[in-house]
Design a protein around this ligand. Sequence first.
Ligand SMILES: [Zn+2]
Length: 236
Amino acid sequence: MMIDGHAHFGSLPHNGKMFGSFEEYKRICDEIGVSKYCMQPIGVSDNFSKKTTPDNNAVVFAHAKDTKIIPIYWFNVFDLPETIDGCYKAIKLHSDIGQVEIDDKKVIDFVNKINLPVFVHTNENKEYSNLDKVIKLAENVEVPVVALHSGSVTKTFFKLDGYKFPDNIYFETSGIQYAFILKKIYQMVGADRIIFGSDYPFGDPRVSLAMIETLDATKKEYANIVGKNIEKILKL
Ligand SMILES: [Zn+2]
């Protein structure tokens, strides 16, 4: 079974046009055999400029109608809830809202309080969201920590050798600039720590699967990357 580990629910509005839709996403997933989707809301520009929280409820409502959707809660350190709904299987941080460091005490405390796996947006070019910060978060929590986009940019490839990743860090495949970054991660940590994700509508599940193909992994490894690993982490 293929599970998309990272997708956004809905469309991205830009200059009066909408990019992507859940209907389009579902059609693509049906065509290629993706049967479940870990989804969080879409962060629109206002969320970033005004430090507000994307519409988590939209995902909960959609999940009530379509159980293929696995809800992921987008938490914002400027607007932390006391509790979150029991339907969420993980939480997600995007450090570009307020340029919050991934290992900020508010983040560590919230992750430990909610006690669910945490997904973090990463970009090796940004001091507050590079893989070093992911390591520091992972060292301070018990739950799995999924590095969305695996550092994303070319620089990641050259910095990877300097990192020692704790066992609770996983690497997600969307938004990776070049295949050699994912190939190096595969060499360093192996297939059991790699998670297929599309980042739809920014990315597309077909692009991520093509990226995973470049690993020339065994059948068993491929099955773990595209579904079994996330199934285990989220206890689905
Ligand atoms: Zn995303």
